[in-house]
Design a protein around this ligand. Structure first.
Ligand code: GYE
Length: 304
């Protein structure tokens, strides 16, 4: 990384969470493909390797370098006040992308561009409600994403709401998969190994695709097939690999989460460059997919 930004270009410091999932990799590629020199940008890209303290360090480095904009994908919601205040004192607008921060002073960031995670979870729960006969008992396994992240909170809250409405639905267990395939595989295996008898598992609610990959593998290795005759797996993201498992019936519902946010972030920066104002919040549009909705052309056109 060179120390001084090139003055002809708009300098953007991007503080990415890590590379925990296919979604994240696609999100980073979208940002890197957008903020190129040909497009008039000097990009400083930091991968925080899943650590908030690395994100703090990266932001402070961007402030020292006097970048024009900071783009932050915050790993968790809390703890951001001081560093965002430092950016504001330095006069550098911060654009929040993907997840949100929990701060009282909304003026600490210029805008938030991402998904409505609670709505995503509610969409999944509406689907489950519609296909489950009234009063039918359901045993649900919940694999949570990174704790205290907006994506985890929104999606978990929607499940909790649904459990509250359905006394016949029971939570079999709640495991932390940290949005990764390896962790989900490990915790599901561990849970199943600790059961003296086979347990009833009707539904598994995975908070992203990589967790679903690890979970399905662990379930099937332990004699719990996933699909129409077995466990109903719900997942979020709708990456190519997730949609392929959906087409095979192993994932019953995919709730899309769009990682291709680079162009929207660029639009926001262009607006600020021209002295315009931004909405506080910009949600992206998202769909859902069940096995019969995953077509060849959908898969062929999927870039993540
Ligand atoms: O669902 C998951 C990633 O914050 C929306 O984080 C993002 C989530 C996404 O690791 O795959």
């Amino acid at each position: 990384m060179s120390e001084e930004p090139d003055t002809d270009l708009i300098s953007v410091g991007v503080c990415q969470i890590g590379a925990e999932s296919d979604w994240r990799v696609a999100n980073s590629e979208s940002i890197k493909g957008t903020f190129t020199e040909e497009n008039g940008y000097q990009l400083y890209f930091e991968d925080a390797q899943q650590k908030q303290e690395n994100q703090f360090r990266a932001i402070r480095r961007f402030i020292q370098q006097q970048v024009d904009y900071i783009v932050l994908m915050p790993i968790t919601e809390t703890g951001w006040e001081s560093v965002l205040q430092e950016a504001r004192e330095a006069g550098i607008p911060v654009i929040l992308v993907d997840r949100m921060v929990d701060v009282e002073d909304e003026t600490l960031y210029a805008t938030h561009i991402g998904s409505d995670f609670l709505q995503e979870g509610r969409t999944a729960m509406d689907w489950l409600e519609q296909r489950t006969p009234e009063g039918k008992p359901l045993s649900i396994m919940h694999i949570r994403g990174t704790m205290d992240s907006s994506a985890q909170q929104g999606r978990s809250d929607a499940l909790e709401e649904a459990l509250g409405r359905h006394p016949d639905w029971t939570l079999l267990t709640r495991l932390d998969g940290d949005f990764t395939q390896a962790k989900a595989y490990e915790v599901v295996n561990e849970f199943l190994a600790g059961q003296p008898e086979p347990v009833p598992i009707d539904v598994v609610y995975c908070e992203n695709d990589n967790e679903a990959f690890g979970t399905i593998q662990a379930l099937e290795e332990n004699g719990y097939p996933c699909g129409p005759e077995g466990v109903t797996v719900i997942s979020f993201d709708a990456t190519t690999s997730g949609l392929e498992l959906c087409a095979q019936g192993k994932i019953a519902l995919e709730v899309e989460c769009n990682p291709l946010l680079g162009p929207l972030v660029e639009q926001a920066i262009r607006t600020l460059e021209q002295g315009g104002t931004l909405p506080r919040q910009q949600y992206v549009e998202e769909k859902t997919f069940t096995p019969s909705q995953v077509t060849e052309s959908l898969l062929a056109g999927r870039t993540y």
